[in-house]
Design a protein around this ligand. Sequence first.
Ligand SMILES: [Zn+2]
Length: 424
Amino acid sequence: MTDAQALVKTLDFQLDIQSDNESLLYDATLEARSVYNETIQLAKEGVDWNVIPDRVADDANLVKNTTQRVVAKALGAMENYYEYDDFGQPSHTKDGAYPLRANYEEGYNLSLTNDGDVAFRVSAKPYKHVTGVLEGSDVHLDILKTALESDEWKIGTAEALFHNDNAELHVNVTNTEQTVRNKQDSQTVIGVDVNEDNVALTALSEDGVEDTLVIDFPEIKFERHRYFTMRKRVQNAGKDSIQDTLEGREERFVRDRLHKVSHHIVEWSQQFETPCIVFEDLKEMRDSIDYGTRMNRRLHHLPFRALQYYTSYKASFEDIPTAWINPEYTSQRCPMCGHTERANRHKKRFKCKGCRHQDHSDRGASVNIAVKGVKKLNWNVPALNSLPQVRKVRRQASGAVDAPTVTHPTARGYQADGRMGVSD
Ligand SMILES: [Zn+2]
C-alpha cells in the first residue's frame, strides 16, 4: 500500500446527440430526480441507508447501477451539506432534472471514431441508449483520448446533465501514473481550521510555527442566513419553484466563494517547504460520541467538506498532499501547555486556564490541527515557545445586498491589509 494520492480530474463535454434522442436523455434526468427525491424521503423516514439503494432501484426506470450511483449521490448530499441546514431542517425534495450519474462501461460508454472524435453511448433507460459525439476543449478531449488509448488515465463515473438547456457529460478520470507526493516526504504541515465565517491556517515545521493566517469570509455566513430567510418566506407562501431558484442561487454563491477560499489556502501553502495540508475529519467526529456545541454548530453551518474537498483537489494539482486527523479537542486544547478544557474558549478568544496563554481561538485550533498532523507523520513535535502574530485577511464586501452576483465575483478577490491580492 502506498500513501500517495492519485490525481483525479473532471472533464466537461457538450453532447452532440444523434437523431432525436435528446428528449430521452432529458426524461432520464427527470427520472434521476425522482430517484433522488425518493432517496431523501426514505432517509427522512429513517429507513436504513444500506437498504435504500435496492428499494429505490425496484421502482426506478433507469439502469440499475445508474440508480445506485444517483442514490449514493443523494445520500452524500444529505450527509454533506443541505441536510444540515441552518436550523437543522432536512433538505426538501425538488422538481426538475438531476444529473444522471453512471459507471463507465455499465451506464455509459466511450470510444474513438475513425474521424478522431470521441463517440458516447449513455444508457438513459434500460435498453434505450442516447448516442453521438462529444464536443469540448482541446485539452479535455486530448486527455480523454489518451485515457481511451493508454493505461495512464483511468476512466471513472460520469454525469449526464443539462446546463442552460444543453446536454453535457462530465467524465471523471484518474491519472494512474502521476500521483501526488507522498505525505511522509513533507517538511511543513499546514493545519486548516474551517469555521462558519473564517478559515485559520498554521504552518508548522520542525523549527516551530512558521506563519499563521486567518481568512475571514463573513459574507458567506451572511448570505446563507439571508437566503435561508428568503427561502423560508417563499416556502410559507407555497412557492416551491422560487424556493428552488433561491436554493440554486445560494448554492452557486457559496460554491463560488469556497472555490476562492480554497484557491487562497493552496496558494498560501505553496510558500513553505514541501507542505502537507491537514484537515479535521469531521465525519469521524459525527460518528463518535458527543461532539459539543461548537462542533455541532460548525457541522450545521458550513459546507465544510466541500471546502476541504475543493482544497484537497486543487492542492493535488500543485503536488501538495493532504492528511486528515481526528478533530477531538482541537478547539479546547492550549497549544502552548497542552491544558485541555472547554472553558478555555470564549467565542473567538482563547484563554488558557492553565498557563494563561491567550490567542485567537480559531488560530489556536489550527495550531492544534497542525500538531496532530505532525504526530500523524511521526515527526517530533517542536517546542512551541511563542506563536507569531495573527495576520488576518478579509474578503471585500460583496456589494449589493439584494442582488448577490454569483457568476461575476469581484475582480480583486481578497484584500489583506493591503498586502495580498488574489486575482482569481
Ligand atoms: Zn496553556
